[in-house]
Design a protein around this ligand. Structure first.
Ligand code: TRP
Length: 437
């Protein structure tokens, strides 16, 4: 359940719809599903196995399985990825927190159902210097307070109740969205694949989204694996997490796309998509809209918090294992650092948007978004899976998957094939093709 909490977050509800919309809808969805079930789940199982086998955080985990210490660099790369993901995550969490406030104060409701007005509101808000930073800090401070009070376990229990509630609201949103005029166009967009819309970059983006959403390719699941009870079935657990995570992403798509078309938004509208479309759906619900909207964004903040805290957990556990710095101090240090980077990324959407990178003129925010999805996690995943399939002793893998021979592992030969051949090959092809454009 903790790993589901870590996997389900803004990646499902914010990132999936906007990425799917940007890269062509149905065709993207199919490629995404293939990546999730063939590569994502294989990677998750590998990370769990490495973590539980070694009982270490990423760097030491790799080092303890092979005499060449250089393998530890994969773990380090994963941790660096986690650091940047957390920094970027704080920006989005800040936006979401701001939307809770705006729902509560009636500001969102006052925008009505005109898509232009709502889009303007979002772009004015996200490009300003004030509120994105203030709410980012509010979010960070709450996370820090939770950690300082040592109630992470508490938030896990709370989220066991609140996450199903979030799914329930998404279902309500689906119903509302599907009953808007012209909703069927959105369903067609999401479920009828048009492969001519799919680009090489889209395939790479689907891979990146699959890894990001499952929280794999950055060593976090190695840390989680090391906490996993010894009698848990790794295969079953990984499949559950994968299925839940995917279901929630697809539901978010069903809630968003019909409304996108019905209200006249552009599905390729980018990172603001959810923040523009959902207020429109809520405002079309009449008086109940304010309640739903406040509740929805509040639950999304909780989902973001469970993910942010678990990202922080991986960083903290790693620093703690490699130094004498205690957990509380290292949590505070990482939170301050990621908050500082987060503020920089938040400002790069607006006041600092003139600072750009590369020939595509990416803002710092877009640059980090790419780094966090299509570059770092696939590279990290590739090395991890090569290590897992070709370097780590196979007897260890079998032993760990079968809980020392007590579980049947009928899936093993298929899994081994995926881990040794299909996954590394597919990762390599997608990475090279994607980077070369
Ligand atoms: N999977 C999370 C989401 O969908 C985001 C994420 C990526 C994450 N890597 C992580 C969360 C590591 C926790 C730990 O929102």
């Amino acid at each position: 359940m903790a790993a589901v909490g870590s996997a389900v977050g803004l990646g499902n509800i914010w990132r999936f719809p906007y990425t799917c919309g940007k890269y062509g809808g149905g065709a993207f969805l199919i490629v995404y599903l293939c990546f999730v079930f063939l590569l994502g789940s294989t990677l998750m199982i590998s990370e769990f196995v490495i973590g539980r086998r070694t009982q270490h955080t990423p760097v030491k985990a790799f080092q303890s399985l092979h005499p060449k210490k250089a393998w530890g660099l994969v773990g380090l790369l994963g941790l660096i990825t986690s650091f940047f993901i957390l920094s970027q995550y704080l920006v989005l969490s800040g936006w979401t927190t701001n939307y809770v406030w705006d729902s509560l104060t009636g500001r969102l409701a006052a925008l009505g159902t005109d898509s232009g007005t709502i889009s303007n509101y979002f772009s004015q808000f996200s490009t300003s210097a004030g509120r994105p930073v203030v709410f980012l800090v509010v979010f960070s401070v709450i996370c820090l307070a939770i950690i300082m009070c040592g109630v992470q376990k508490g938030i896990e229990n709370v989220s066991k109740v609140l996450m199903p509630l979030l799914v329930l609201i998404v279902l309500v949103l689906c119903v509302r969205s599907l009953t808007l005029p012209g909703a069927s166009k959105g369903l067609e967009y999401l479920f009828l694949p048009d492969f001519s819309k799919l680009s090489g970059e889209g395939v790479l983006a689907a891979l990146g989204q699959a890894l990001f959403s499952l929280s794999v390719g950055m060593g976090v699941m190695i840390v989680y694996g090391s906490y996993m009870p010894l009698n848990d079935n790794i295969f079953k657990t990984a499949m559950w997490i994968t299925a839940c995570d995917t279901l929630i992403a697809v539901l978010a798509g069903v809630a968003i796309f019909p409304a996108v078309f019905s209200c006249g938004f552009d599905p390729a509208g980018g990172p603001g998509l959810v923040f523009c479309v959902l207020p429109n759906v809520f405002n079309s619900m009449g008086g109940a809209g304010v309640v739903f909207s406040t509740l929805f964004f509040l639950l999304l903040v909780v989902a973001a918090m469970t993910s942010a805290i678990s990202l922080l957990e991986a960083l903290t556990a790693a620093l703690h294992e490699h130094s004498i710095i205690n957990r509380q101090v290292s949590a505070v240090v990482f939170f301050l650092l990621t908050t500082a980077f987060g503020i920089l990324f938040a400002l790069s959407v607006g006041p600092l948007s003139n600072i750009t990178f590369g020939h595509a003129h990416l803002t710092l925010f877009d640059f980090v978004d790419r780094l966090n999805s299509i570059y770092l996690p696939p590279i990290c995943s590739l090395i991890t899976i090569i290590f897992f399939g070709w370097v780590m002793p196979e007897a260890d893998v079998r032993d760990e998957l079968s809980n020392h021979g007590t579980l049947k592992i009928g899936y093993y030969s298929v899994f081994r094939f995926l881990a040794r051949y299909l996954a590394p090959l597919a990762l390599l092809v997608v990475l090279v093709a994607g980077i070369l454009g």
